[in-house]
Design a protein around this ligand. Structure first.
Ligand code: HEC
Length: 138
């Protein structure tokens, strides 16, 4: 083969490769104004509370963080220890008592959990994103 046939063969090989596009990727439908990285309360935030907080904030406590009650006891609810501050202010993590506590800022007393088992940075990022996105019951 001369030089130009090599070039032709290579070009054919390349075009053959680009034809194989693999399985068709169809993204899941998503409501138009929903952020790409939506944080879901029931699927993402609640499991963190159940795993790390529920032992001390159980159904018989003042702030029940069990699956059915946690949302109603947190969002727009005045803190019992730090009123008039609110446990979770939708859209404003830094004004939320809970966000300050899980970050050990000490603005509202003890950090949470108070037993040395701090939340991971992924868990904190999930909680922050959820509060910033309006702390929806989603
Ligand atoms: C080892 C027990 C324990 C664990 C685990 C624990 N807490 Fe607490 N929590 C307490 C105690 C005791 C208080 C009351 C004293 C205070 O406000 O700091 C409290 C208070 C709070 C308050 C303030 C409530 C109010 O109305 O003022 C918030 C918010 C809170 N905890 C969130 C959490 C979260 C979120 C977790 C899990 C990441 C968690 N706690 C895990 C013991 C615990």
């Amino acid at each position: 083969m001369d030089r130009s046939s090599y070039v032709l063969a290579f070009a054919l090989l390349l075009s053959a490769c680009t034809k194989d596009e693999g399985p068709l990727y169809i993204p899941a439908p998503r409501p138009p104004d929903e952020p790409i990285d939506t944080a879901y309360f029931s699927a993402e935030v609640l499991p963190i509370f159940i795993a790390h907080c529920w032992t001390c904030h159980p159904p018989m406590g003042d702030m029940d963080l069990s699956a059915t009650e946690a949302y109603g006891n947190l969002v727009n609810v005045e803190s019992s220890g730090h009123a008039p501050a609110v446990r979770i202010v939708p859209g404003d993590p830094d004004a939320s008592v809970l966000w300050n506590k899980v970050n050990y800022t000490e603005v509202y007393g003890l950090g949470m959990p108070p037993d040395g088992t701090a939340l991971s940075s992924e868990e904190l990022a999930t909680i922050r994103a959820w509060i910033e996105q309006g702390a929806l019951n989603n």
